[in-house]
Design a protein around this ligand. Structure first.
Ligand SMILES: Cc1cc2nc3c(=O)[nH]c(=O)nc-3n(C[C@H](O)[C@H](O)[C@H](O)COP(=O)(O)O)c2cc1C
Length: 277
């Protein structure tokens, strides 16, 4: 759909906020005082919706995004320091999960939240592959171990220092799951590898980070599945089994489920290393 600016002149107070908020110079004030598309608007608009979101009177619309399409920002809701702490500093990687699946609609809500994470040029390149069936998760975990066995003969010190590979393989043979940690579900973020910037790796990382931080709101825990993701991108049978499009790469996998344990302390982390200039 082309870039079409729709102004409700009865509501527009000509404050120019839409122009200030546009990151791409797609809008300007017209001679009549109402906002209009610039000559480069069609080419430049990234559909970020700031013109619509920041208009205080609801006058500004795009053909692709009308004010009535957008949820209102709730008034009077503020987030306390304690609540942010609970989500950010109390976030922990969860490695012991209940043997209980998460309803699909809950996963959909959580992933839906992660879709509001920022993306370069608002390209929104993130796609999600959810391995929902816990038995499938185990089958995929077995494929990661198969990949690790195939890697034994190669020089892979950069990924697996010392004897880590042997340790993970022998532990898997003894029934200890380093790969998926017994999580019932795995979520993989992937995106096109032919975008400018390149946009997909960063977007997937931020989206998965958002998902991990938001998970406790649904009583869920998460953990990055780094070995899993390394295997996907290096072991074609996994890419095929996940049915990832040929022009996509995977940029992160995450375990998800209900945690068994609750942390009682926040582990010590390095102090922020800041240089002021
Ligand atoms: C990119 C990435 C990959 C990771 N891969 C794994 C993994 O495969 N298995 C695992 O148990 N933890 C994995 N983790 C979790 C880290 O070990 C964990 O974040 C770190 O030890 C700090 O603990 P915390 O998340 O509870 O603060 C990964 C984390 C990141 C950011």
């Amino acid at each position: 759909m082309g870039f079409v600016v729709l102004i409700d002149q009865e509501k527009c107070n000509k404050d120019g906020i839409c122009v200030s908020e546009c990151p791409e110079r797609a809008i300007e004030m017209g001679e009549d005082g109402y906002p209009k598309a610039t000559a480069v608007g069609e080419q430049q608009c990234i559909n970020c919706g700031h013109c619509v979101a920041f208009c205080p009177t609801g006058a500004f619309g795009l053909a692709t995004m009308k004010p009535e399409d957008c949820d209102p920002v709730p008034e009077g809701v503020s987030t306390s320091m304690e609540e942010v702490d609970a989500l950010v500093r109390n976030r922990r990687s969860i490695r012991t999960y209940k043997k209980k699946t998460v309803p699909k609609d809950v996963l959909e809500k959580l992933i839906g939240m992660a879709c509001y994470a920022p993306t370069a040029k608002n390209l929104e390149p993130v796609h999600w592959a959810v391995i929902y069936d816990p038995e499938e998760v185990q089958r995929f975990g077995g494929m990661v171990i198969a990949w690790m066995r195939a890697m034994r003969s190669r020089d892979i010190k950069s990924i697996f220092p010392d004897n880590l590979l042997e340790l993970i393989i022998s532990d898997a043979e003894a029934g200890n799951d380093w790969i998926c940690r017994g999580a019932p579900h795995i979520v993989v973020a992937h995106g096109p590898n032919d975008l400018p910037l390149p946009a997909s790796p960063t977007a997937c990382t931020i989206a998965l980070t958002t998902l991990e931080v938001a998970a406790p709101v649904f009583a869920l825990g998460a953990c990055w599945a780094g070995y899993f993701n390394a295997a996907i991108n290096n072991y074609p049978p996994m890419l095929e089994a996940l049915d990832i499009p040929g022009n996509h790469d995977c940029h992160g996998a995450m375990m998800l489920g209900y945690p068994v344990y609750k942390a009682k302390r926040i582990p010590v982390r390095k102090k922020a290393r800041i240089t002021w200039r």
